[in-house]
Design a protein around this ligand. Structure first.
Ligand SMILES: *[C@@H]1O[C@H](CO)[C@@H](O)[C@H](O)[C@H]1NC(C)=O
Ligand SMILES: *[C@@H]1O[C@H](CO)[C@@H](O)[C@H](O)[C@H]1NC(C)=O
Ligand SMILES: *[C@@H]1O[C@H](CO)[C@@H](O)[C@H](O)[C@H]1NC(C)=O
Ligand SMILES: *[C@@H]1O[C@H](CO)[C@@H](O)[C@H](O)[C@H]1NC(C)=O
Ligand SMILES: *[C@@H]1O[C@H](CO)[C@@H](O)[C@H](O)[C@H]1NC(C)=O
Ligand SMILES: *[C@@H]1O[C@H](CO)[C@@H](O)[C@H](O)[C@H]1NC(C)=O
Ligand SMILES: *[C@@H]1O[C@H](CO)[C@@H](O)[C@H](O)[C@H]1NC(C)=O
Ligand SMILES: *[C@@H]1O[C@H](CO)[C@@H](O)[C@H](O)[C@H]1NC(C)=O
Ligand SMILES: *[C@@H]1O[C@H](CO)[C@@H](O)[C@H](O)[C@H]1NC(C)=O
Ligand SMILES: *[C@@H]1O[C@H](CO)[C@@H](O)[C@H](O)[C@H]1NC(C)=O
Length: 365
């Protein structure tokens, strides 16, 4: 049955809720399969549900959580793998906003002094993200599986930490899209990725102005980072291990499972020029530094990168003072200046927000 949650009365929604959030079923004839028909249902850009569906429950197509199985046996499309990775990441991002729509209401934000439109904007962003799910499903050819939803854990406790994490997620999306666009084979894929990056940038612009009260601008260019899957891999921290449908491709593919890091607890600033101590915070996934060998911290900002020495005795490096204190700086630990290859990256990436500084410091703690 095709359900349109926004049209149902509230009591009916309450009883539907367990079904909507049921674990994805790996069944080729499951209801998600109707989405294999790319013209089925509301069309992003033509239906207002991807902008102003105000329901608290999952909107179309997110209430179909199972993978969509291939319906043809021809060879995969040239950008299928790219969009499979992106769709799996989009399930993370969409679910982050869906969780907030369920947990909060207008007064959750207004009571803290945020504009009284905040909850509405968060809901609109959730709707946009649902539109991204449909867009990415339809960018994958009928010969490849379209990943379904997993279960997720998001480390926010309240409205403020949700908004801060949301700003980081939008920034990360903008950054990995600059990498994915470099991998895309088809021109139409490049255009689609660019259009979605612009949307994430609009979301971020809204929060910088309305929520954080800072200038929304990041200088003449946002930050380009070529190894998109490394950033996608960091979003897998939000996926509850073992919760993905068995038929989903491994996310992301390929993946290096690089050690992640954060700035040490006593860090109070991450502005350019700061000497930072890195903390490789996953005990079971540590980088191995060979004695006597030179290692580097490479920082990406705008279209450029600057290499600094990484002191493996103290695990420290200095964020290049040359960079403007604006937008995003992406840091990686490498065994070669300039991070010339994927394999030269040994840890990271770490995403540093230069504005608002209040979030940058929260992330450093
Ligand atoms: C796909 O969906 C459209 C819109 O609902 C419908 O008109 C069409 O018949 C469907 N195609 C198939 C093959 O089921
Ligand atoms: C959503 O937008 C459409 C078209 O712009 C409008 O007709 C509709 O009333 C809006 N719905 C809500 C709930 O705001
Ligand atoms: C594709 O081919 C395999 C092996 O011949 C077959 O099992 C499967 O049903 C086919 N799938 C479709 C969608 O035609
Ligand atoms: C918002 O949620 C709070 C806490 O659950 C509740 O007390 C309040 O009545 C809700 N406000 C509205 C406008 O729904
Ligand atoms: C929301 O805030 C604006 C500006 O502060 C105010 O004019 C408006 O009355 C408020 N609306 C509600 C529903 O509280
Ligand atoms: C992409 O666009 C360029 C420039 O118009 C064209 O030369 C090229 O053939 C296109 N590539 C594909 C895969 O369509
Ligand atoms: C490094 O991170 C781990 C894991 O979060 C934490 O337990 C440890 O205290 C941190 N160390 C420093 C110096 O920040
Ligand atoms: C660093 O912060 C973590 C998490 O808050 C805490 O568990 C740990 O004890 C702190 N470590 C140091 C060295 O302060
Ligand atoms: C630096 O990081 C390495 C790799 O995780 C670790 O073995 C070493 O103890 C760290 N050094 C300091 C001073 O924390
Ligand atoms: C970093 O900058 C150097 C120097 O401009 C360049 O050669 C290198 O390709 C850049 N690295 C990446 C990963 O783009």
């Amino acid at each position: 049955m095709h359900l349109q949650p926004s049209l149902l009365p509230l009591a009916a929604l309450a009883t539907l809720l367990p079904a909507i959030h049921a674990a994805p079923v790996a069944c080729p004839t499951g209801s998600s399969q109707i989405l294999a028909n790319t013209t089925y249902g509301p069309v992003p850009g033509q239906s207002s549900i991807f902008s102003n569906d105000t329901s608290k429950t999952a909107p179309f197509p997110a209430y179909f959580t199972a993978p969509i199985y291939p319906t043809t046996n021809t060879s995969a499309g040239p950008d299928d793998l790219l969009f499979q990775n992106l769709l799996a990441a989009e399930w993370v991002i969409y679910s982050f906003y869906q969780r907030a729509v369920e947990l909060f209401n207008t007064s959750s934000f207004a009571a803290l002094g945020f504009p009284n439109t905040t909850y509405t904007r968060v809901t609109e962003i959730r709707d946009n993200e649902a539109g991204h799910l449909r867009i990415f499903q339809n960018q994958i050819s009928s010969s490849s599986i379209k990943p379904g939803a997993c279960e997720y854990y998001f480390p926010f406790e309240d409205a403020v930490s949700f908004l801060a994490l949301g700003t980081l997620i939008e920034i990360s999306s903008m950054a990995f899209l600059t990498g994915l666009v470099q991998q895309a084979q088809l021109n139409v894929s490049k255009g689609a990725l660019m259009a979605v990056a612009e949307t994430e940038s609009r979301h971020n612009t809204w929060s910088l102005i309305d929520i954080w009260n800072v200038s929304p601008f990041a200088g003449p260019a946002d930050t380009v980072y070529p190894y998109a899957n490394q950033i996608l891999d960091t979003t897998s921290a939000f996926i509850i291990p073992g919760s993905c449908p068995g038929a989903n491709p491994i996310f992301p593919t390929p993946s290096q499972h690089l050690p992640t890091f954060s700035a040490a607890n006593d860090t109070t600033s991450l502005v350019p020029g700061t000497h930072v101590t890195y903390n490789f915070s996953e005990p079971a996934n540590q980088p191995r530094f060979e004695p006597g060998r030179e290692y580097y911290a490479v920082y990406f900002h705008g279209l450029d990168n600057i290499t600094t020495v990484f002191d493996t005795a103290a695990n420290t490096s200095t964020i290049p003072a040359e960079f403007e204190t604006k937008g995003v700086i992406i840091a990686v630990i490498t065994d070669a200046p300039g991070a010339p290859t994927l394999e030269s990256v040994l840890a990271g990436p770490g995403i540093i927000l230069e504005q608002p500084t209040v979030i940058a410091v929260a992330l450093a703690e």
